[in-house]
Design a protein around this ligand. Structure first.
Ligand code: COA
Length: 335
């Protein structure tokens, strides 16, 4: 029992995921743009990604949460808050969180969408953890869900090979054992990044029109080289910084759980942290960059493979559009 005045940590107590069945491998991209498997694998680490053919971001989020509920026994009525991290909401409004709430039957929940691109899951996790730490809420579901195929230009080889569709969710609950749960976070935004990675059309600046469609402004634009330069430094530095701040050495960290945008960025981050490759969660080869879903997708897969143990220290880190970036240090709370 938690006494009323004792501080609590927010701990991840359950995980769930959904990836669509349809696979787009590198061979497929060779058939639609001027690219090749070798270029894609050596420059990014990606071999395959998934495509949501029928359904939207909310559907993937729902499947991921249903998977979490089925495997953990969580009942929909028990959920207090639903936070959906996404840059591909079904619509501007209502929030995807409302659509998810209705379909899963979370009749006692409130919720909202959070937009921080590839850092979305970390920003949402920290927000959810703060709600738990406030002691006002006991069960917060954080789901990262992005249907990147809905904003990808499949004639642009610079971007189309990078992204995939997926969703993954975690449950946050309070723990009065402060050895477990989320222990620290470092999160940042820097709006100067707006020039390098964006989707220009559809918002209040450039409302949808024939012109915005003709100009392909409803697709992702990325200056890959510019983003790579800041992402590789940003993600490595923040991951190292949170270790330093918490007195952690390489051997104290069981896993780096990095956003999966580019294997070269991930490798550079692990190197800076002084941790070996076996201690890095990787699934970019199977799913590509699924934006807000990458980190919980890694957590779910590694957890279900029995690779994450109670007491393991994890460093989660991400870099994305905005720019947005950050790292979270947590100790895993279940086997
Ligand atoms: N197939 C073959 N060649 C391609 C290609 C593809 N799919 N995409 C780009 N190229 C070409 C470019 O046109 C360029 O050709 P050029 O030299 O004749 O102009 C060449 O490959 C090198 O392009 P460059 O952009 O320098 O490649 P890169 O090594 O930087 O890799 C990315 C490109 C996108 C993989 C990489 O820049 C990246 O990962 N960027 C950061 C992504 C990220 O972290 N985003 C934040 C979160 S979303």
């Amino acid at each position: 029992m938690q006494s009323q005045n004792k501080p609590v940590n927010a701990a991840i107590t359950a995980v769930g995921m959904y990836v669509p069945d349809k696979i787009m491998d590198n061979k497929y991209f060779e058939s639609i743009v001027d690219t090749n498997d070798q270029w894609i694998v050596t420059r990014t680490g990606i071999k395959e990604r998934r495509l949501m053919e029928n359904g939207a971001t909310s559907d993937m989020a729902i499947f991921a949460i249903q998977d979490l509920m089925k495997t953990s026994g969580l009942k929909a009525e028990e959920i207090d808050v639903i936070i959906v991290a996404t840059v591909t909401p079904d619509m501007f409004f209502p929030a995807t969180a409302c659509l998810v709430q209705e379909k899963i039957g979370a009749k006692n929940a409130w919720g909202f969408d959070l937009s921080a691109a590839c850092s979305g899951f970390l920003f949402a996790l920290q927000t959810g953890a703060s709600l738990i730490k406030s002691r006002q809420y006991k069960k917060v579901v954080v789901v990262g869900s992005d249907k990147m195929s809905s904003i990808t230009d499949y004639t642009d080889r610079n971007t189309c090979i990078l992204f995939g569709d997926a969703a993954s969710a975690v449950l946050l609950e309070p723990t009065d054992n402060l050895n477990f749960g989320i222990k620290d976070s470092l999160l940042y935004v820097d709006g100067t990044g707006k020039e390098a990675l964006y989707m220009k059309g559809g918002g209040s600046l450039n409302p949808a029109s024939y012109q915005t469609v003709d100009n392909k402004w409803h697709y992702i634009y990325q200056d890959g080289k510019a983003v790579f330069k800041v992402a590789v430094k940003g993600m490595a530095d923040i991951s190292y910084e949170i270790m330093q701040k918490n007195g952690l050495k390489g051997e104290d960290v069981a896993y780096l759980v990095p956003h999966q945008a580019n294997l070269r960025i991930i490798d550079a981050t692990a190197e800076r942290m002084g941790i070996s490759k076996e201690k890095v969660m990787i699934n970019i080869d199977k799913y590509g960059n699924t934006t807000a879903a990458t980190i919980p997708l890694c957590l779910t897969e590694y957890c279900r493979d029995g690779k994450v143990k109670k007491g393991d220290n994890l460093i989660l880190s991400a870099f994305g559009a905005g720019y947005t970036w950050g790292a979270i240090y947590l100790t895993w709370s279940f086997d």
